[in-house]
Design a protein around this ligand. Structure first.
Ligand code: ZN
Ligand code: ZN
Length: 260
């Protein structure tokens, strides 16, 4: 009886097919929506992720902290002035992220970007590829932004959050937001993704970003290196560390070694 409550696209019996509702919805975003509708819905989507999930994530961290399951990484206080600054910068970023969906639609119309079928497997695989690509894309842009002139004029906005918070995740100079928003556009012409993977990636990405900026981490008896990713980016803010990768270390390991 319980199986009636499981969405059909998650059914083990038919793991390749997403339900019609999902397929139609995701297919229509880039093909049926006008540019105006796409901009408004994408902007609203990013706003819900940032304000809604951000608030929920922050509340959950505080509850888990009171239960002794999480701990604060940096004990410095988080000021209201910082929160106001982060919210203002993030609103600019959300508008830019909303705009970033438009060239994707344009390239789909030109057939430069081709979409894979919206199956569960295509979508999960697509999300995995995009998460991996994001590590390379983020590292490259982040490394560039740490060049003195770009740091001074652009990246310093993000680094104003010395102790980051969930609300630092989109706190960028508009040019940094535009550069980071090219993550889909820089790979989708060369590799086919399902439209569901393209649309769901910001949700996966913001969770990874919350972990790296929330200033909270899990209390673990042993800390394997890969689980320290939340601390790594947090430290990058607080100690102006020279680790430019986000979740994984492979880009830092690769380029730090070759430079020596
Ligand atoms: Zn940085
Ligand atoms: Zn950051």
């Amino acid at each position: 009886m319980y199986k009636h409550f499981i969405p059909s696209f998650l059914s083990w019996k038919n793991p390749g097919n997403m339900s019609n509702w999902f397929v139609t919805f995701f297919n229509s975003i880039f093909t049926q929506y006008s540019y105006g509708e796409l901009f408004l819905s994408t902007t609203a989507y990013f706003a819900v992720l940032y304000f809604g999930l951000g608030w929920l994530y922050w509340k959950t961290c505080r509850v888990l902290c009171s239960w002794g399951m999480m701990e604060k990484i940096n004990q410095q206080p988080y000021s209201r002035e910082q929160l106001r600054f982060e919210l203002r910068q993030s609103m600019y970023s959300i508008l830019i992220f909303g705009l970033s969906a438009l060239p994707v639609k344009y390239l789909i119309a030109l057939n430069v970007i081709q979409l894979r079928e919206n199956t569960l497997l295509n979508t999960l695989w697509g999300l995995l590829v995009l998460t991996f690509w994001n590590e390379i894309h983020f590292y490259t842009i982040h490394r560039l932004l740490h060049q003195p002139v770009l740091m001074k004029h652009i990246h310093r906005v993000h680094h104003r959050s010395v102790v980051p918070s969930v609300f630092s995740v989109y706190s960028f100079h508009p040019l940094e937001a535009a550069l980071l928003s090219s993550v889909l556009l820089s790979i989708a012409p060369f590799y086919n993704f399902s439209s569901a993977a393209l649309m769901l990636f910001p949700t996966v990405s913001i969770f990874i970003n919350f972990s790296g900026h929330s200033n909270y981490r899990l209390v673990l008896k042993t800390k394997p290196r890969w689980l320290l990713f939340a601390t790594k980016h947090n430290d990058h803010h607080g100690k102006a560390g020279r680790k430019y990768g986000f979740m994984t270390n492979f880009m830092d390991d690769l380029f730090t070694k070759t430079e020596k």
